[in-house]
Design a protein around this ligand. Structure first.
Ligand code: OAD
Length: 253
């Protein structure tokens, strides 16, 4: 289709691509998105489960949801979409991935400059003394929840809850990536959570071309998107890789 070759030509011409990703890129890895019919927030009201105040007041309840989420993440492998982004970086086109995801799948797919806007699930952090420990599989068996060995307080995965600050290092790194990019690819995000959703608007206002990949239009689509590639990220991104003449073997991490 013409749009695919146009996007591939744009990438070849301009280089310096950044990706801004959301939960949709991990759906084919077996991790449901947050919103929509199969979404995590259909089962767990985010007001009730994803706010930091809920974690502080009822850690045992929130850990029941977290165990489910962490288990899915530990079991997941990179999707063809993640692998295609790994290939785009290896080929020199993709300079950074700014992700709202906490699943670590961009790392597994071989990307190296990954800005985790909403933190990650690699560590647990104590909200009192800020001690961090690795989030290992065994943690899932600790009932009712893992505690800090210094403060005896509930430990929280190092992902950002509503009501918490975005890591300053992520804000700064995202700013730098946006300043330098010529193309931003918005992939699998509903674009409704701020301040993360500011990133594509900032890139567009600095003159970056905007490519968006999603099953459905989003608030970005009519506002800033120039090339909307409708479909699953795991079908669309490998097609773009193909248009660029990269080999399927290049998609291995
Ligand atoms: P959402 O669940 O809000 O949106 C997922 C998006 O991916 C939707 O626009 C879907 O149409 C799209 N989608 C689903 N499957 C897809 C596929 N196979 N290929 C391409 N697109 C697909 O997830 P996010 O936008 O990531 O924050 O959510 C943003 C933030 O809200 C998350 O980081 C999380 C959540 O609350 C916090 O918890 C702080």
């Amino acid at each position: 289709m013409e749009k695919y070759s146009q996007v591939a030509n744009l990438i070849k011409e301009k280089g310096n691509v950044i990706a801004f990703t959301g939960a949709g890129i991990s759906v084919e890895s077996g991790i449901p998105a947050f919103r929509g019919a199969q979404g995590l927030w259909e089962k767990y009201d985010p007001e009730e489960y994803a706010h930091i105040n809920s974690f502080v007041s009822e850690p045992a309840k929130i850990w029941r949801m977290l165990r489910e989420m962490i288990k899915l993440t530990f079991d997941a492998h990179p999707s063809p979409a993640h692998l295609a982004l790994g290939t785009l970086e290896k080929a020199g086109f993709l300079k950074a991935v700014i992700t709202q995801n906490v699943d670590g799948l961009h790392q597994e797919a071989g990307n190296t400059n990954i800005i985790e806007y909403h933190g990650n699930l690699r560590n647990l952090v104590c909200l009192k003394c800020r001690k961090k420990i690795p989030l290992a599989q065994e943690v899932l068996t600790v009932m009712p929840y893992p505690t800090c060995d210094r403060c005896n307080k509930a430990m929280k995965p190092d992902g950002v809850f509503f009501g918490e600050q975005i890591p300053i290092s992520a804000i700064e790194a995202a700013h730098e990536a946006v300043e330098n990019c010529k193309i931003i690819m918005i992939i699998g995000t509903s674009g409704v959570v701020y301040p993360a959703a500011e990133v594509p608007f900032q890139a567009a206002s600095r003159g970056a071309a905007v490519v968006e990949i999603n099953l459905d239009p989003t608030p970005f689509t009519s506002a800033v998107t120039q090339y909307f590639l409708e479909g699953s990220a795991s079908q669309v991104l490998p097609r773009i890789i193909g248009e660029l003449g990269l080999r399927p073997s290049d998609t291995q991490p």
